[in-house]
Design a protein around this ligand. Structure first.
Ligand code: HQG
Length: 181
């Protein structure tokens, strides 16, 4: 179906823009941006199913999550990177609480170690419980949800980077600011 086709293309876009721009011979700037026309050219040289700007905009419009932003002539992934990128938006005072959904297995470690960024550039926090449940359900049908005392963490000096996706990025989150709900 068209939906599945778009999902497959979106996964390829994420693969390239978050993890492996080198695989299609493009270079991201320090904020993770690349010229949209260059991306399309290189993408189509390397993958069987071609994309164009209209298809990318359709992926962005049909998705439940805002994963990419087109800004002027550039495109970037808004979160999820493993290659080092600087947040484009400066740190901001977060809402009182944020959330993190995870597996029971990971939660055991998180309760003592806090949240670590693991394979990505940042720890990803969700703006609401519904989002956190969706994130957790990728790996656990009944995920554990942590409430993050975000205001308190910010007051202690932790920097919170907002994204246009309702995802908030932090370097780490000590266990002292986490509570299982
Ligand atoms: C866990 C997807 C053990 C953490 C999602 C998570 C999100 C620990 C896993 C976005 C730990 C990392 C990011 C510790 C954290 N010990 N495990 N100390 N600290 N963890 O995929 O937040 O659909 O890198 O709880 O929906 O799950 O791709 O992070 O389970 O928005 O757009 O280590 O990626 O978005 O997993 O997901 P991930 P995440 P997309």
């Amino acid at each position: 179906s068209l939906d599945r086709q778009l999902t497959r293309l979106s996964k390829r876009l994420s693969f390239v823009l978050r993890h492996h721009p080198d695989k299609i011979g493009i270079h991201l700037d320090q904020y993770g941006r690349v010229n949209l026309a260059d991306l399309i050219t290189h993408f189509n040289q390397h993958f069987g199913t071609p994309i164009n700007e209209a298809i990318i905009r359709k992926i962005m419009a049909q998705s439940d999550k805002q994963r990419y932003a087109i800004e002027g002539t550039m495109i970037r992934a808004l979160y999820g990177h493993s290659i080092p990128v600087k947040p484009l938006t400066p740190p901001t005072m977060p809402p009182e609480v944020l959330y993190h959904g995870t597996t029971h297995a990971a939660a055991r470690f998180i309760e003592t170690e806090g949240l670590k960024k693991m394979d990505r550039d940042f720890v990803h926090l969700s703006a609401n419980v519904k989002m956190a449940v969706q994130v957790g359900q990728r790996r656990d049908p009944k995920p554990v949800i942590f409430e993050v005392a975000a205001s308190r963490a910010a007051q202690s000096g932790i920097l919170f980077y907002p994204t246009e996706s309702g995802v908030w990025l932090v370097d780490a989150m000590p266990a002292a600011f986490l509570k299982k709900i």
